[in-house]
Design a protein around this ligand. Structure first.
Ligand code: SF4
Length: 439
């Protein structure tokens, strides 16, 4: 396992970026940097208060393995933080939490015993709130499981995240996507004696959704996702396996929440039944645009489906769901990973920008998550990784926004309100930049 080298940030850096990148809100600049470098928590700020803790809903998204995290922090950190005010007078900004004890961003008690505050060095970047515990988390399923294990919410309660299969049948360095820690996360959770269900039953999911239906008004959407199924799972093909959940949920709660699927790129004939049963949004994630990088970073997808077929299926799925309801994800920053990635920010953004233009010209709206170089991934074992510089993410956001505006695309449905102070999507700032007029 190789270490990650920290490319750190100072207040001068942030002030310089604020002056240079005027077409994107400062909230997006800081959000990307916190996602990039992770967060460092003072344990005392976490004690004596109740908040929704990180549910490890699919990956670890941490810079350090669970068994190397301080006992006072491990499984005690919040899912997200919301930062407001401070040196840059931030609008409320929701950011997903990635544990990194080396991060320059520290959450600690405010002056004179005040509430949690985000610091960069000694500079107060804003007061910090932790997400509330949803009312339905008080229940336990008939099998004694916590709702946060079966149907956790993220994005400040907006999204119900159903990882129905917590492993991936692309397994090991020759098949797993090189940046993905789904299988390693599962193993770590089990090693920590966490209840962590590998394949969730539809019945147990419906049990929790019943409580959400009755007691919760915040959640508006759900995502069905999990690892890829190459042969069979529980005697079912991949599409049959995932269809049972879409059908079961929509039959029991027709249209109660907006249904999304994050799965492989399937032929449109397969997708018809998902649309018919009530699924509205399709995320066939393409991960990285460059064909050579796709080959080395997604070896399993390359061998079983192939990049050209994957891209064709994304575009064709727009005929089923409508273009703006096809929202494939890519892993922002992985184009700069070692040893295969681009040497410069300019090359990386040019390549990814080409992909954005291609998809957006078809009305499809790619979104991105921020690459986290989790330990145990293929990339972490291949080379010492340095997080891409903040400049990369700001150039990427600038290109994403310009391309989105060039094609006059609608706000992606299923992501809540866009714009600084309103966006709830917490693993990248793409929703924070929509509609921003510049300064
Ligand atoms: S297909 Fe790739 S990214 Fe998706 S779960 Fe499997 S290894 Fe991870």
């Amino acid at each position: 396992m190789s270490a990650t080298v920290l490319d750190t940030t100072t207040l001068d850096d942030l002030e310089g970026m604020e002056r240079s990148y005027r077409s994107i809100p400062f909230e997006a600049i800081l959000k990307q940097d916190i996602l990039r470098l992770g967060l460092n928590f003072d344990a005392e700020t976490l004690s004596g208060i109740d908040f929704k803790q990180k549910d490890y809903f699919i990956f670890t998204f941490d810079h350090v393995p669970l068994d190397q995290q301080d006992q006072q922090i491990r499984f005690r950190i919040p899912e997200e933080i919301r930062i407001s005010g401070g040196h840059f007078n931030l609008l409320p900004t929701i950011v997903s939490v990635r544990v990194n004890p080396e991060s320059p961003y520290r959450v600690a008690a405010g002056p004179n015993g005040g509430g949690p505050t985000l610091y960069l060095g000694s500079t107060d970047l804003g007061s910090v709130e932790f997400p509330p515990v949803p009312a339905f988390y008080k229940h336990r399923t008939q099998k004694g499981k916590s709702p946060g294990e079966i149907a956790p919410v993220i994005e400040w309660g907006y999204l119900i995240y159903l990882t129905v299969f917590r492993n991936c049948q692309y397994f090991g360095a020759t098949e797993e996507c090189a940046f993905c820690d789904i299988n390693h996360n599962y193993r770590q959770q089990k090693q920590q004696d966490r209840p962590y269900t590998g394949v969730k039953s539809l019945e147990e999911i419906l049990e929790v959704l019943e409580w959400i239906d009755q007691e919760d008004q915040t959640a508006q959407v759900y995502t069905i996702t999990g690892g890829s199924v190459l042969t069979q799972l529980r005697g079912m093909s991949e599409t049959d396996f995932y269809f049972q959940y879409a059908e079961g949920i929509e039959k029991r709660f027709p249209g109660r929440w907006m249904g999304k699927m994050v799965v492989q790129a399937w032929e449109k004939e397969e997708l018809l039944r998902f649309k018919d049963v009530g699924i509205q949004i399709y995320h066939p994630n393409y991960e990285v645009w460059d064909p050579e990088l796709f080959k080395v970073l997604c070896p399993g997808k390359t061998a079983w489906i192939g990049r050209d077929t994957w891209v064709r299926r994304i575009v064709e799925s727009a005929e089923i769901f409508g273009p703006s309801r096809v929202i494939p994800n890519f892993v922002g920053g992985v184009e700069l990973s070692r040893p295969h990635g681009f040497a410069t920010v300019e090359e990386a953004v040019a390549s990814t920008g080409e992909g954005l233009d291609y998809f957006m010209s078809h009305g499809v709206v790619p979104r991105f998550t921020t690459w986290c170089p989790e330990p145990y991934t293929t990339l972490a074992s291949e080379a010492e990784q340095t997080m891409p510089p903040l400049k990369y993410f700001l150039e990427l956001l600038t290109v994403w926004k310009a391309t989105f505006e060039k094609y006059k695309l609608p706000v992606p449905p299923g992501y809540g309100e866009p714009g600084p102070g309103k966006a709830v999507f917490s693993v990248s700032a793409f929703m924070d930049v929509i509609g921003y007029q510049g300064r």
